[in-house]
Design a protein around this ligand. Sequence first.
Ligand code: S3P
Length: 436
Amino acid sequence: MSSLLHSSNSSTVIVSPARGFRGSVTLPGDKSISHRYAMLAGFAAGTSRLTNFSTGADPHSSLGCMRAMGARIETVGKTIEVTGTGGRLHHPNRDLDCGNSGSTMRMLAGLVAAQKGSFRFVGDESLTVRPMERIRKPLEQMGAKIELTDGHAPMVVHGGELTGIDFETPIASAQVKTAVLFAGLQARGVTSIAERVRTRDHSEHALRAFGATLERQNGRLSIAGGQKLTAIDATVPGDMSSAAFFLCAALLFEDSNLVLDALGMNPTRAAMLDVISAMGGTIKVLDVQETHGEMAGTIQVNRGRALLGIDIAGEQAAQLIDELPVIAAIAPYTQGGVRIRDARELRVKESDRIALVVKNLRAMGAEVAELEDGMDIPGGQRLRGGVIDSGLDHRIAMAFSIAALRAEGETEIRGAEAASISFPEFFVWLNELALR
Ligand code: S3P
C-alpha cells in the first residue's frame, strides 16, 4: 500500500509528495453531459439507457429531481435506466433539492418554466448564495414567473405557457443558455440565442440526440417550440474537467506517462488540451469516435523537458472556467508563471475560487497577486506542504491535492470529501497514479 493517503477523519486527507505520475485511467462520465441526459431522459417519452453516467453527487441531484417529477429511475448493472414523463412533468410533492449543483437548479428552471404549477428549488449553503437572476430574466421574458430570495435560492418557478424570445446572453454561461433552450423547446414559436463567447454545447447535442431540431446560423442558435423528445441509449464520455487534475499532475514530472481512455473531447471542452501542450506536455490522440454528437477518445500525455507558464484571458478563460483552479495550483512550479484575466465568474462558483486559490497558494508559501478577475502567479517557486481549506468546493480540494505532489512535506486537505461532488474516485486514482 502506498503511503500517499492517511485519512485522519472523514474530511481530511493527507497528500505526500510524489516522484512521478504514471498509469492509465478510464474516467467516470462527464458531469455536464450526465446532467443533460438525466433531465432530457426524464422529460422524453420512453426508457433511456445511460451507461458510464457520472458518479458525482451533482448529476445524481438532477436524477433525484427528475424522479420527484415523475421519471422512473433504476440502476441496472453499470447502466441507469430512466423512463421519462413524455413531456409532462408531475408536480413534486416536496421541494426540488439541488444539493450543491448550480447546473441542476439553473437548467431545470428552464425545463419546468413551461409546465403548469409552481416548483420550489432549494440547495445547500453554497448553492443558496449563487446568482440566479441570470436565469430569471430570460425565463420571465418568455412568460414564466420566478421568485428569488435576494437573487438566490430558495427559488420558486411558476410555470405556464411560454412564448419564444430572441435572447443575447450577457454572461458566458452554458447553464443559462441551456435553461433558455429547455424552455424554448416547449414555448410557442421560435426561441433564439446569441452568445458572445461560445460555451460548451452539450445541450445542443443532447437535444438533437433526443430528437429535437435546432439550427445555428450566423452564430445564433434557434429552437422551435412544441417539439417532442424520445428516449436514447447512450454512453457518457469521460469527464475532461476531472481529467484536468491528472493532466496537470502529469505536467509536474519529467518522466510522467498518463493514458486516458474514452475521454470526452468535445471541442468546446478541449481547451484544456491546448493548455497542456502550451505548458510543455505532449499529447498523442490514439483514437476518437463520435456518438450523439459527442467526441470521445484515448489520449496519451507525457511531459516534455520543461513545465512552462501561460497567459489565459478572454474566450479561453471562459472555456477553461472549471479548470482554472488546478492550472493556478501548479502555476508556481512553472518556468514563466501564470497570469489569469477575464475570469470574474470564478468568484461565483461553488466558492469564491479566486479568493480561495490565492489563500491556499499562500498557505503553501507561494507568492501570488489577487486581481478582481484573475490572478498573477510568478513561476520558479518552491512550495511547502500546508493546510488547505477546500471551502467544501470539490475543485479546490482536488486542485491542491495536485499541487501537493511537488511540495516539500505533507499537505493536509481539509474538507477533502467535497471531491465527491464531481469525482468520488479522485483520491483512489491519485493514490494509484502517483509514484512514491
Ligand atoms: C456547466 C457550465 C459552467 C461550469 C459548470 C458546468 C454546464 O457553468 O462552470 O461546472 O454543465 O453547463 P456556467 O454556465 O455558470 O458558466
